[in-house]
Ligand binder design. Structure first.
Ligand code: SAM
Length: 222
């Protein structure tokens, strides 16, 4: 069993500003652990986590792969999250380079078709559009959950960038909620970008039914 990253350096004050790992985070860790042998068999060179929050997920991926195997990049709209991610990397001996920005915006050109592992646990809670756009502009804790219509406004923006980011053997692990319309997301990604999908794991957590969907190019994954 791969240990959950050490977050003892983060305080309750940090978690006033930054998303504290919860069921969705842990489901993503479980999915990565389930895929660990496959991930290690073809070690990734570039990993990118969008919306890294505390840095827990990138640190966990770094632990699976082992130190110095891959470059770990992350983004978040929340400046405080970027600081926590950097600190969590250091605490767990994984070098993570966080960038404070929206989605992968400033990295899109440099990382064209070169990301081997792409991760996003997005703000997926359905809210009205105005709430989501205020949260996105504010760069605070509300940006961790406010997802706009169907909880998909931020995820939909991100999904348009995925084909341009993934390398030939690249994989995206995306967290989604049942209300986000998981089968609709999968069929759109196939139709628009020829990216195939697989539900790696799903779990009910209180009122939420959470999924981890893996996307890849055809014939790259089982
Ligand atoms: C549900 S939290 C997940 C945090 C962490 N990855 C985890 O699993 O615990 C969503 C994260 O996405 C960030 N976020 C929201 N909108 C974003 C955007 N447009 N670009 C980058 N990060 C964003 C939030 O600030 C928050 O840290």
């Amino acid at each position: 069993m791969i240990p959950t990253p050490d977050l003892s350096h983060l305080t309750q004050t940090d978690f006033v500003h930054v998303y504290e790992p919860a069921e969705d985070t842990f489901l993503l860790l479980d999915a990565l652990e389930q895929e660990a042998d496959e991930l290690k068999k073809h070690p990734p060179l570039i990993c990118l986590e969008i919306g890294s929050g505390s840095g827990c997920v990138s640190a966990f991926l770094g632990t699976i792969l082992g130190p110095s195997v891959a470059i770990h990049l992350s983004t978040d709209i929340n400046q405080h999250a970027s600081s926590c991610t950097l600190a969590t990397g250091r605490q767990n001996k994984i070098i993570i380079d966080p960038v404070t920005c929206s989605l992968a915006q400033p990295l899109l050109t440099r990382l064209t078709r070169s990301v081997d592992i792409l991760l996003f646990n997005p703000p997926y809670v359905p809210t009205d559009t105005e709430e989501a756009s205020i949260a996105q502009g504010g760069g605070g804790i509300a940006g961790a959950w406010a997802g706009g219509a169907s909880g998909m406004e931020i995820t939909d923006r991100f999904l348009k960038d995925v084909d341009g980011l993934l390398s030939d053997r690249g994989k995206l692990y995306l967290v989604a909620l049942k209300q986000n319309d998981v089968s609709g997301i999968c069929s759109r990604m196939l139709t628009e970008f020829n990216l195939q999908s697989k539900i790696v794991i799903q779990r009910r957590a209180g009122r939420e039914h959470l999924f981890i969907i893996r996307f890849s190019r055809p014939n790259r994954c089982s």
